[in-house]
Design a protein around this ligand. Structure first.
Ligand code: AKB
Length: 320
């Protein structure tokens, strides 16, 4: 039985990833770990501060881990408030995972990169895989540095690392925390709870986004691809959909006609302005047949269907 360790299992992507990988591989095959305990009891959970090299290595050895998914990170907006600490944490966790793999204690690593690796001089529309990259956020700098390091560890030490550049991820099971694209999740909760949302990004800010089932599929697909299919040894561009806060609000209004949105852009606007509007993912399509399934309409419908039971009062007013 293949043994898998998810680091950052309580986070937005970690939560969905643990469930999907357990469905595929069995409950006991997937060890969830995080720096804090999960809300629900989990017999296959281990507390782990992944910045602690010895604790990380011990956990990998104790559980005979074959694959690690490193889903812990300080995201873009939060990182701007604690730049040095965010850099230290994001890089330390990655280096620990790479060093443990280099020693041969496990076989394969998934490490997520982000559209934050791009910057103000990157072509913003249909952003290519290879292009100008001048990120100006701590998070983006740490992700671009990370991409260079995973390629280095692959080339020099034979470490098998798989990686994609996630766009903003939208999901209903767990809230994201500290990202610039978080508005696209908050908006659903506020629409159902209060019928109103104040967006911290301006109405026309177009960003690349993806629904969680697509993000999970991309993650598992690249981990299962044959190594010789993967021409890119750093991170693959993956595209989903691109929309603005106004377009998302209009789609939500189709289900909640009274929903209102207003706009108070804050420091996160500058971060969003430095990122692409849409992504070209030809390499991922050619190499491992990546293609997203969810479009804006199906995403909004699914989000509201799954979230509305949580907000009983609003549920009566929502029509699908
Ligand atoms: C963030 O907004 O920081 C993340 C990302 C795009 O990597 N969601």
């Amino acid at each position: 039985m293949k043994k898998i360790l998810i680091v950052g299992a309580n986070g937005q992507i970690g939560t969905d990833l643990v469930q999907k990988l357990r469905k595929i591989n069995g409950e006991k095959a997937v060890i969830a770990s995080d720096i804090v305990l999960p809300q629900n009891k989990d017999e296959n959970f281990e507390l782990l501060d992944a910045t602690d090299y010895n604790a990380f290595e011990k956990l990998v050895q104790k559980n005979n881990i074959d694959e690690v998914y490193l889903m812990a990170a300080i995201l873009s907006a939060k990182a701007e408030t604690i730049p040095n600490k965010a850099w230290d944490i994001n890089m330390k966790i990655l280096f620990n995972a790479l060093e443990i793999a280099k020693k041969g204690f496990y076989k394969k690593l998934f490490w997520p990169s982000s559209i934050a690796v791009f910057g103000p001089h990157t072509p913003r529309i249909n952003t290519p895989q290879f292009t100008i990259m001048d990120p100006n956020t701590v998070y983006g700098i740490s992700k671009l540095a990370g991409e260079r390091w995973i390629e280095y560890y692959h080339t020099h030490f034979g470490v098998d690392v798989r990686s994609v550049r996630y766009p903003g991820i939208i999901s209903w099971k767990t809230l994201p925390g500290g990202g610039t694209t978080d508005y696209a999740v908050e908006i659903f909760h506020e629409a159902l709870k209060n019928g109103h949302y104040t967006s911290f990004l301006s109405p026309n800010t177009r960003l690349p986004m993806m629904y969680m089932p697509d993000a999970i599929d991309a993650t598992i697909q690249i981990m299962n691809a044959n190594a010789d299919q993967l021409r890119i040894k750093h991170s693959y561009n993956i595209a989903g959909i691109s929309f603005t806060p106004e377009e998302l609000a209009n789609e939500i209004k189709k289900h909640i006609p009274d929903f209102q949105i207003d706009y108070q852009p804050d420091f996160r606007q500058d971060i969003a302005n430095s990122w692409p509007e849409s992504i070209n993912d030809d390499y991922a399509f050619k190499d491992w047949h990546w293609h997203h399934k969810f479009e804006l309409e199906s995403l909004v419908k699914d989000m509201l269907e799954n979230l509305s039971p949580k907000y009983q009062k609003a549920e009566e007013e929502v029509g699908f």
